[in-house]
Design a protein around this ligand. Sequence first.
Ligand SMILES: C[S@@+](CC[C@H](N)C(=O)[O-])C[C@H]1O[C@@H](n2cnc3c(N)ncnc32)[C@H](O)[C@@H]1O
Length: 258
Amino acid sequence: MTAYIWQESWDRQQTAFMPDREERFAAMLTAVDAVTDGRAPRVLDLAGGTGTIALRTLARFPDAEVTVLDQDPVLLTIAGATLAGRATIIDADLGDPGWRAKLPGETFSTEAGDPGAFDAVLTATALHWLPAERVATLYGEIREVLRPGGIFVNADHMPEESLPTLSERLRARGRQLREERYESGAATSWAEWWRRAAADEVLGPKVIERERIYPSVSHDQEWTPPALWHVDALRVAGFAEAGVLWRGGTDAAVAGLR
Ligand SMILES: C[S@@+](CC[C@H](N)C(=O)[O-])C[C@H]1O[C@@H](n2cnc3c(N)ncnc32)[C@H](O)[C@@H]1O
């Protein structure tokens, strides 16, 4: 396994789903810069997989203190190798409220009511794997690990409710172009990427571990409500401000300020 090559191939596989993937990361990091006034930020890359957001955070803010949290043994292996010595890597299940206790001691106090110390919690293309009621509760837990004035950004599939026909057209055209990329070899499909990981001598055993965590290959239970659902849930969770930070077609990034 050459970690950075797996990292690159993960990015290409994900970019086939979201050609404007980098735009959302740039919008997130611009917001982080704004809330930290140029100071090196303390960032949690939540459900970070291979550490996509962590790597971009360090590229933009070289002195940033970065933590990656996920539960996928394959993606965490890649993250651990490419971020060695540069980030804290945490294996935790966001389905369990206990995930916060696994954070580095100085970033979250278990004393009830204490604010956390992250300047930013950033997540992308991940929380739609969780059930709706868990996402709503998780938003409150995320708020607790942020310092007052800190920011949470969630970029995900969040269609615009008032554009159902256009949203369907955007999705259909996106699928068509994706299939063309797979057929031409310009991109690797999700299923093919995992088949290749299973054949790798380092990642292969991790793929077997992963199958116990995620028994289903596809995520057909995915639940992708409109951005406004998320904005409401952030307000209910106690964020002082919540709104849409970025939109690209049927995807959006919502932000909450503690
Ligand atoms: C499509 S990947 C996105 C990874 C990364 N954010 C990116 O943009 O490249 C979704 C990630 O969410 C993680 N995830 C889903 N459910 C999770 C849970 N309950 N606890 C921790 N991580 C979870 C998966 O393991 C996976 O790494």
